[in-house]
Design a protein around this ligand. Sequence first.
Ligand code: HEM
Ligand code: HEM
Length: 197
Amino acid sequence: MSSPALPGREAAAAGAGAAPPAAPRYSGGAIALHWLHALLVLALIGIGLAMGEMPKGAERSAAIALHKSLGLLALALLLLRLGWRLRHRPPVDNRLGALERKLAGLGHRALYLLLLLTPLAGYLSSSFTPYPMRVFGIVIPKAGWPDEGWNALFNALHTGCAWTLIGLIALHLGAVVLHALSGRSVLGRMLPGRGRR
Ligand code: HEM
Ligand code: HEM
């Protein structure tokens, strides 16, 4: 008995050796925001770690000023991204099981949480110093006053959050590589191009 007729694409996929259907991709806006934010955060981690190795002086002060400006830019970008995300649900990847999708969702939520807490703690830490808060040279309001105790507390929180974020990003990259090795790459979902959205 012949099998029921399948529409064109499904029929092709059902054939022996046919490539599995492509996973739906994120929207152009989500992709642009992801890569802009990823570049910014990786640069912030690099500058933040390099700052610790620099001797006190003009170069270190310039690196700290750049780190603070880019860090506040990353916070603004995160708020924009969260606003976008609340209005646009990510496309469901039906190739993954329910548990895998749940774990990916939890990982992404944890990333968003740390992407919020890290710059907030940095801003609060710098708020409790005697120095003005500048974004690319422009003075902006601080949330505190010169106080070594509060500064040390938020400084420790900022460092703890930054290292937790580094760990989560490593897990994130590990998950992307594992999916590619298991033949269900998710990278294409986050790359610009034509095809299914
Ligand atoms: C997503 C945003 C941010 C990331 C990923 C980030 C990351 C880091 C990292 C990795 C370090 C080095 C930690 C260590 O030495 O172990 C650091 C240090 C620092 N960050 Fe950030 N940062 C961010 C935002 C900010 C913001 C918004 C400010 C302030 C406005 C800030 C102020 C500082 C300061 C003052 C230090 C030096 C701490 C010290 O060595 O005493 N950061 N940051
Ligand atoms: C540089 C290497 C990176 C690669 C290859 C990469 C790849 C990806 C891919 C493929 C996805 C989609 C996963 C899926 O649902 O199928 C994704 C989502 C995500 N990535 Fe990355 N990523 C990278 C770096 C980063 C960094 C540094 C951050 C932190 C700023 C980040 C934050 C996120 C978040 C929050 C999502 C969830 C998007 C959502 O569903 O709302 N990624 N990434």
